[in-house]
Design a protein around this ligand. Sequence first.
Ligand SMILES: [Zn+2]
Ligand SMILES: [Zn+2]
Length: 136
Amino acid sequence: MDDKISGSCHCGLINFEIKNNPKFTVNCHCDDCKRRNGSAFSTYASVDESDLVFAEGENHLKKYKVENSGEKYFCSECGSQIYNKNYRIPGLFLVFYGALSQPSNFTPTFNVFCSSKLSWVDDINKIKSFQESVQK
Ligand SMILES: [Zn+2]
Ligand SMILES: [Zn+2]
């Protein structure tokens, strides 16, 4: 692949590249991800640990450790989530889609923990929508 996959946090202190295409991409609907990330569901690109390379700001990563489950890494300045390490999938990092510069290049390939999926997610297109912010 020619185009590099890159990403950053919101404040710009942390910049990274992903050297190879993700192994898989996934929406996780589990309650732990909802709580930790403050979102209705979380979308991740799973990459080899050695493929995630920090160009700037690795020293600004802060770790939140979840006992027996994994670790979440986020920017200590702006709080943007960068990646998770899940102990059930050793050798891989789960990079948050929102941290990627071009998340639309990778459509998630599967959903997990659908037993916890919020009921409105499947019908998101039925919710009144605007191209930008709400207009009267
Ligand atoms: Zn930041
Ligand atoms: Zn999850």
